[in-house]
Design a protein around this ligand. Sequence first.
Ligand code: SDX
Length: 442
Amino acid sequence: MNNTTKKEVKKAILSFPDTGESYEMPVLEGSVGPKAIDVRRLYTDTGYFTYDPGFTSTASCESGLTYIDGEAGILSHRGYKIEDLAAGSTYLEVCYLLLYGELPDKKRFEEFVHHVTYHSLVHEQIHYFFRGFRRDAHPMSVMVGAVGALSAFYHDSLDIDDLEQRELAAYRLLAKMPTLAAMAYKYSIGQPFTYPRNELSYAENFLHMTFSVPSETYDVNPVLARAMDKILILHADHEQNASTSTVRLAGSSRANPFACIASGIASLWGPAHGGANEAVLDMLTEIGSPNRIPEFIERAKNKDDPFRLMGFGHRVYKNYDPRAQVMREACHEVLSELGIENEPLLDLAMQLEKIALEDEYFVERKLFPNVDFYSGIILKAMGFPTSMFTVLFALSRSVGWIAQWKEMIEEPTQKIGRPRQLYTGPAPRHYVPMTERGIEIP
Ligand code: SDX
């Protein structure tokens, strides 16, 4: 694997003019992107913490998986640009690349696909686990529960210190996420579960498990399968986003991989993160028609209004999210394949994008469409209900979470993540016992 080892390139000096003290810190350089000031010894040596609640200026780890240049709108996995992977690769090849660092040759790829294919069934007992949920439970609540419960079934892939068990857990998670996602959908609409079929590709299998019914044959549309696979590629990994950081923090306590991925699903569910694709569709439906766009643009700019333009803005991208560009092209392909000449929601989205990108408020803050802006429109056209959109995001992102978790576990200096705080609570004070305050102790 051709990773670069981080190296110290110069020193940074922290000085306190009031006391004349100064403190030297190493400056580290990776292979590309911003350098980092190494503050690991800052508290030990000076008694000071750094303060960065949203981690806007904090590198929580070193990683060789994904690189994002937010200003230029660049995203790459192990050095390969997302646009090239979306155009020429498959989701399972991108999974292999993220997990092993290099593109596979034919033999290795076939072996990898075989492993994933033959782990796609879930333990039959899990079917009964699903029965405990209400039918109208949000599919993400089912996914958090079902994925976490995998650790109750697969005890031979829980030992994180055993390379073979880590690999087996990775295969099981990759293979079973589509099966569980399809089961969550089937359960929500009262249809029977459909078993995976080994002769189908990963995306074909997922569409088959989701949309086929026992009473008739279901032929997967190859254009939709390709679009599904591309959507999975686009969401696979994205550096240290909120859900990936959640998985890393959970994994740093040496929790088992299934529990860690379940924590990632929980974090992704939020509308500020992976839940945005569902929120975009709800927003477009609420806007309803182009003549209401100005009203919602004004609401998005109003600090007293909690409304945000969902699918817009990003902590890292201050340019167009490259995934949104690919997603918009895929949108047109899917709609034309389905013979949907004019999809009102797509027209509305494109008009909303145009107006927002000409508005000073969005231009000044470099707010562009992100990966979630167009994805919902495609998924709706393919037949998924909005409640399944974030489930699909979680399905795709599971490889990113697993690869980041694996990279962290295999990092020789890995230790439990334990941030500190800037305490602003009450100063020490005397405690008066309850009985002296007239309160009986039961
Ligand atoms: C994902 O991290 C990742 O990589 C995530 C992700 C991945 O692949 O894992 O890319 C997936 O989560 C994409 C983002 C999906 N979320 C949304 O589309 C929700 C809408 N977007 C916003 O909530 C927001 O843009 C965030 C949460 C995405 C980013 O928030 P930040 O980085 O904390 O930025 P901010 O809130 O500090 O905003 C800076 C300014 C503020 O205005 P001022 O205080 O400077 O006047 O921009 C404004 C914000 O009010 N702003 C918006 C806005 N997003 C930011 N105003 C209106 N609409 C928006 N969408």
